[in-house]
Write a protein that binds this ligand. Structure first.
Ligand SMILES: [Zn+2]
Length: 451
């Protein structure tokens, strides 16, 4: 008797992103509940359709997706973003950092509320599903709203409330911020989609006391600690003049370096700092488009990889990118380092696809569950429709994914075993409603930023 499963993806070219980077031509994936229960070749040749009779020796599915023109891969993992900043997209660009912050970002952030963040995060979830992202790591204010938006949209998320020395429009004084973080951890414990991280903003906005207390909460609850580190020259100089130490040297002296640390950006690291993060098992998320747009600098990613440091990929927020399309981010990751090194061989397509899938999963501490298509892992899977002029012919799937595919080529998305997009139609959310609410929030932003 064949085993009855919930879903079968048939006749697919499957990029598993497993340890051997196995590619299966004319393959099939069976999903039952939230889990991948079988990955392997089809028992029939590619030209023999099995959709009509749906008869396979071992499996029979309640629902079947024919992916004959599809490239199937693990859902992309956006390792660092600020989802609600979708509502800031295009509000102000091309400005010096302090002008941008003081006249646009801060006036909005001091006025914003739960509804604003929920609306922005829902908009972000729609954009992410539509462009092939199935998991994101978020840092912002009112993060319970981001968790709710992701949960309702069916998107996997690692969220943390941003902590800093000054009063927050959400929780007020920092003591309440620690409480809010602990409440998030308790409230979402065991949730199938939502995980919580502790997220102090950065070394220049967080006192040593704050950082140590945040780290204690992370260690006690066995959750990661995500933080912006060494993003700009200004930050490097500030930390050196304030503490007489380099950024990671400062963290090391506070006793807060370890494999639970997710360090976003890491642009200004010399050899000693690179050795330091490698020795402590710190994981890195790189955000090339944000670093370029804000003219922050170029991190030494090829050196990190050479030394075995785990590097995942993120878009950062929509105010500094200005989209959440991880395909576009992969393209930029590769090309930024090629031009910077004047070497077309660095950051090849395979390394880049790894950074957006399994390495982002490793960086976020989620690789036991996601990041590759393997038996026993959660079914976070996307299908890219390759039956397009700009993707025909295909010699090398990694090359197309990095240099030719864009987010709008993704046709299907499955997260935790649940189909959230089918033939580009969102199944978990009402797009018109989301965009209407986004426009209403934009009216508030215009008032807050009016001169
Ligand atoms: Zn950021």
């Amino acid at each position: 008797m064949p085993r009855i499963v919930d879903l079968m993806i048939e006749r697919a070219t499957i990029l598993t992103m497993d340890a051997s980077l196995t590619i299966i031509e004319n393959g099939m994936i069976c999903v039952d509940g939230d889990t991948i229960v079988h990955v392997g070749p089809m028992p029939y040749p590619a030209d023999k359709a099995t959709i009509d009779n749906n008869v396979l020796p071992e499996f029979r599915a309640r629902k079947t997706i024919d992916a004959a023109h599809g490239l199937v891969l693990p859902g992309l993992i956006n390792g660092h973003t600020h989802a609600a900043m979708t509502l800031f997209r295009g509000l102000a660009d091309d400005l010096p950092l302090m002008d941008w912050l003081n006249h646009y970002i801060f006036p909005v952030e001091t006025n914003m509320d739960r509804e604003f963040v929920f609306t922005g995060a829902r908009l972000a979830c729609a954009e992410m599903i539509l462009s092939g992202t199935t998991t994101f790591c978020d840092m912002y204010l009112f993060e319970n709203e981001t968790a709710k938006a992701a949960s309702q949209s069916g998107v996997r998320v690692l969220v943390g409330e941003v902590l800093f020395d000054f009063p927050s429009p959400n929780y007020g004084p920092i003591e309440k911020g620690f409480e809010y973080t602990q409440n998030l951890i308790d409230a979402w414990q065991g949730d199938p989609l939502v995980s919580i991280a502790v997220e102090p903003h950065a070394l220049y906005t967080c006192s040593p006391d704050l950082l140590q207390k945040a780290n204690e909460i992370a260690i006690q609850n066995s959750v990661p600690l995500a933080i912006h580190v060494a993003e700009t020259q200004f930050e490097l100089e500030t930390i050196q003049s304030r503490y007489g130490k380099k950024p990671f040297e400062h963290m090391e002296s506070l006793g807060i370096l370890g494999p639970h640390i997710i360090a976003d950006h890491c642009v200004y690291l010399d050899d000693s700092e690179i050795d330091r993060i490698r020795n402590h098992g710190v994981r890195v998320i790189t955000n090339p488009e944000s670093n370029m747009k804000l003219a922050s600098g170029v991190p030494r990613i090829p050196d990190f990889l050479e030394r075995g440091i785990v590097v995942g990929l993120g878009t950062d927020g929509c105010a500094s990118n200005n989209n959440l399309d991880m395909f576009s981010e992969m393209d930029s990751l590769s090309k930024l380092h090629k031009i910077h090194r004047m070497d077309p061989t660095v950051m090849n397509a395979v390394a880049v696809v790894k950074s957006a899938t399994i390495d982002s999963a490793r960086a976020l501490g989620l690789s036991d569950r996601i990041g590759s298509i393997e038996n026993g892992k959660r079914a976070d899977i996307i299908i890219v429709d390759m039956n397009k002029p700009h993707l025909t012919p295909m010699y090398n799937p990694y090359s197309h994914l990095v240099y030719a595919v864009s987010g709008s080529d993704v046709s299907h998305s499955l997260i935790n075993g649940k189909l959230v997009m089918e033939n580009r139609k969102l199944l978990t959310m009402d797009l018109d409603d989301i965009m209407t609410h986004a426009c209403l929030q934009a009216d508030r932003v215009r008032k807050w930023t009016a001169k």
